[in-house]
Design a binder for this molecule. Structure first.
Ligand SMILES: [Zn+2]
Length: 359
């Protein structure tokens, strides 16, 4: 295998380069972890993990993550904070990613119908950046109209994809619902049937979008649920992704064994076997949010509990009443402990998705 860096450069990729990277992943049977980013600290930790384990990586921002990046003290009634925070993250990642020496896809997560002003704001920023640099600010965005009818879902994707394709940008879309709750979107009461997609449904998307550009992926639901649940409470059926590939291949008379680029949402807490089956069936991107959130908290928690007696006053600890604690409560020390835990968790995802040593 020639490594990913033989087909794409290090740093943030354009949409055209993202296509080359996803093709590399599909050919070499691995998927790339996509981690939700809420701060520069989290972004840097994820980049560090990918560098250390020699994996390409996807950094993504959710609508709520964008607002958080801009600052929770800001109003967001017109999605202005979500737009500003998402743009700010992109500039941060663009600035530091080349130093890590790995290919990075910069992506935005679920955008439901009511959040389209956020999407429009990001595309405005992409187009402005494209005018100057010849590449969009973001490599890729996700539209999630899965709660609407398939007709409205697909026609909205077509409309936006026509605008994005002019910049060579990648589009991820969702069909079938991801259950559970994430970022304020609650699908906990969705019916079991709506969590599972049919081959005809997925092919309709493929047909409509491939007429515009090859740079898109489909998050086709196969029983996925956001968040972590007790094992056995979520019934994932990644084998149906193989049926989607087969149907699309037959319809198009394609020589490509896996013509669809598929995305795995709600992967936190799923078994290694489910992950392996999904990758085998053409999943090239898997979202990892909840497990990384948990890792970040764990790193902070363990540090604070172990240093408790040094963290109750600025001066004075078990070594003496006049001993200063500044070196213990400096945020660069305790935030770093959360980052170290993220590094380990993201490496685990790279191993699960077989993206380790793929540069
Ligand atoms: Zn998702």
């Amino acid at each position: 295998m020639s490594g990913a860096l033989s087909v794409v450069p290090a740093g943030v990729l354009s949409g055209v380069e993202a296509l080359k990277l996803f093709e590399h992943a599909r050919e070499n049977k691995y998927a790339i972890p996509a981690v939700n980013i809420t701060s520069s600290s989290v972004a840097n930790a994820v980049l560090e993990a990918a560098r250390d384990i020699k994996s390409p990586i996807i950094l993504q921002v959710s609508n709520g993550g964008g607002a958080f990046l801009a600052g929770k003290g800001l109003a967001n009634d017109k999605q202005q904070a979500s737009v500003a925070g998402s743009v700010a993250l992109a500039h941060h990642v663009r600035s530091v990613a080349p130093l890590y020496g790995i290919p990075v896809i910069l992506h935005s997560d679920h955008c439901a119908k009511k959040l389209l002003p956020w999407f429009d704001g990001m595309l405005d920023a992409d187009e402005a950046y494209y005018k100057i640099n010849g590449v969009p600010l973001y490599s890729s965005h996700m539209l999630d109209l899965s709660e609407e009818t398939d007709e409205e879902n697909i026609s909205t994707c077509v409309k936006y994809f026509q605008r994005m394709a002019k910049m060579g940008q990648w589009l991820e879309m969702e069909i079938g619902i991801t259950g559970g709750e994430e970022d304020g979107v609650n699908n906990e009461s969705a019916s079991a049937e709506s969590l599972m997609t049919k081959p005809e449904q997925v092919y309709k998307v493929h047909k409509a979008l491939s007429a515009i550009s090859p740079s898109f992926s489909i998050a086709a639901a196969f029983g996925n649920v956001h968040g972590v649940y007790k094992p056995g409470n979520v019934k994932l059926t990644p084998t149906i992704l193989g049926e989607h590939q087969k149907y699309a291949r037959e319809q198009d008379n394609s020589k490509n064994e896996k013509p669809l680029f598929l995305v795995f949402h709600g992967g936190s807490g799923s078994s290694k076997e489910e992950i392996t089956t999904a990758v085998k069936n053409g999943v090239v991107k898997m979202n990892v949010d909840t497990d990384v959130q948990w890792a970040y908290l764990s790193g902070h928690r363990d540090y604070i509990l172990s240093k408790k007696d040094y963290l109750m006053t600025q001066v004075g600890n078990p070594e003496g009443a006049d001993k200063p604690n500044k070196k213990v409560f400096d945020p660069r020390v305790w935030v770093r402990e959360g980052e170290k835990a993220i590094v380990e968790r993201v490496k685990e995802s790279c191993r699960d998705l077989l993206s380790e040593n793929k540069l």
